[in-house]
Design a protein around this ligand. Structure first.
Ligand code: FAD
Length: 406
């Protein structure tokens, strides 16, 4: 049994002022109102498109709760604050949905600058990357269609499906990602490749495998992501691991349950193919926890990031570390929660000595809207989540009041 508890709100919110706590309470109370979230999700993009002055409100509310800042400079203040409590940071240039070669090159340059910055800090071990920030969605979709599972596992992208112009386009994507991984490797920073929609994921997996093979020689620099809400991801982890073992490179994997469930199910129903998502939460949980066990097991020695706000899964990971005789401060096992969520898990894990980080996006307000929408949706649809955040915040506000009186 683990001795770690996630109930201690004093540790969880030590980094927040009274004012910040109350602001967070207000936000989570608002996100608990499904009708309000629904309305916000509909109106916000329209208001931004019509250039209505809504940025100020967004900045003061949902943006400051879930995003580090608009620039790297602004974000550094948040990162430094977290560092004071031994909480690390996974930096994420959160701009999404911007296509075009110019934007892709710009994203690469911002990434390089972010690595340069991270290398000067002692609490930013990783940066995360979404391939859709560096490649055209349609190109990934086309590659996905002609992908074969056994080839993806070996890092083979089905280039035969592309014409000459597209082949050049893909080569530029590879070059961008390779430049990033090489620079990160030289600067001792890890690169976490996010998982996205299943209909573009195959080339993402294959390219990530290529990068692991190239850069994960002494240790893991590049990590892929497995979404365990997918029916076949446990097998994918095991098969990818076997390939890494056979080819003598380290295997890095971020484990998440997955953020696109509704979208995935809707598309599968609309296009009449079997949903790739587990039929129940329980099945997702079983695979997620089994994946943690497979990766932590020293016989496999996978480098993992447990990316979850689920208290049981996080505790289970620490229990497995104890069971396998590993110290909690162990470089191969890293925990992470999104900035703005589950501070009770992050700060209590950090206090217990674990490597734990906040996933901290940054970028201009208008460009991080898709990310903010997913957070609003997540906190509105996971009924337990908002309620739990809210009750922890209330508990801490009450505790501070009582301790001020005594
Ligand atoms: C560090 C970090 C990195 C992340 N990176 C990615 C990423 O690269 N790609 C990505 O997609 N997401 C990513 N996420 C988001 C992540 O997928 C969600 O935060 C996560 O799914 C929320 O689940 P949870 O583990 O916190 O636990 P819980 O709150 O216990 O689980 C909720 C999740 O369970 C699954 N679920 C819920 N109901 C059902 C059901 N009926 N049937 C089947 N499954 C169900 C869904 O995935 C849902 O989100 C990341 C999160 C973190 C913390």
């Amino acid at each position: 049994m683990s001795t770690i508890s996630f109930e201690n709100t004093e540790i969880a919110f030590e980094y927040k002022s009274d004012k910040e706590l109350k602001k967070a309470r207000f936000l989570f109370a608002s996100m608990g109102k499904a009708w309000l979230v629904k309305l916000g999700l509909k109106l916000t993009p329209l208001a931004l498109k019509a250039r209505l002055p809504v940025k100020g409100v967004i900045r003061q509310t949902i943006f400051s709760q879930f995003v580090g800042g608009e620039s790297l400079h602004e974000t550094s203040k948040v990162a430094n604050k977290l560092g004071k409590f031994n909480v690390q940071v996974i930096l994420d240039y959160g701009v999404e949905g911007k296509e075009g070669e110019e934007n892709f090159d710009k994203a690469r340059d911002v990434f390089i600058q972010s690595i340069q910055y991270a290398a000067t800090q002692n609490n930013i071990p990783f940066l995360s990357v979404k391939l859709t920030g560096y490649a055209r969605f349609g190109l990934l979709e086309k590659l996905n269609k002609s992908s074969r599972y056994d080839e993806i596992i070996r890092g083979i992208v089905p280039l035969h499906s592309l014409n000459e112009i597209e082949k050049d386009e893909w080569q530029r994507v590879v070059n961008r990602i390779e430049t990033i991984c090489e620079f990160a490797s030289k600067n001792n920073i890890g690169v976490l490749v996010d998982a996205e929609e299943t209909w573009i994921q195959e080339p993402v997996d294959a390219l990530t495998m290529q990068m692991m093979q190239k850069f994960n020689l002494g240790k893991a620099v590049v990590y892929n992501t497995a979404q365990l809400y997918r029916k076949n991801r446990l097998r994918f982890i095991k098969d990818s691991f076997l390939f890494s073992k056979g080819n003598n490179f380290k295997f890095g994997m971020k484990l998440v349950r997955g953020a696109y469930m509704e979208k995935e199910r809707e598309r599968a129903a609309l296009m009449n193919y079997p949903s790739p998502i587990h039929n129940s939460k329980e099945a997702t949980d079983n695979d997620f926890n089994a994946a943690i066990e497979f990766c932590i097991n020293p016989a496999n020695g996978v480098y993992i990031i447990v990316g979850s706000h689920n208290e049981y899964s996080n505790l289970y990971a620490t229990e497995l570390m104890e069971k396998f005789g590993l110290p909690l401060h162990y470089v191969r096992v890293h925990f992470s929660q999104l900035f703005g969520m589950s501070d009770n898990i992050s700060f209590n894990l950090a206090k217990a000595g674990c490597f734990v980080s906040k996933y901290l996006p940054f970028g201009p307000i208008k460009d991080v809207i898709p990310y903010l929408m997913r957070r609003a949706q997540e906190n509105a649809s996971v009924s337990g989540q908002t309620g739990r955040e809210l009750s922890l915040l209330k508990q801490e506000i009450k505790r501070r009041k009582a301790s001020a009186r005594s």
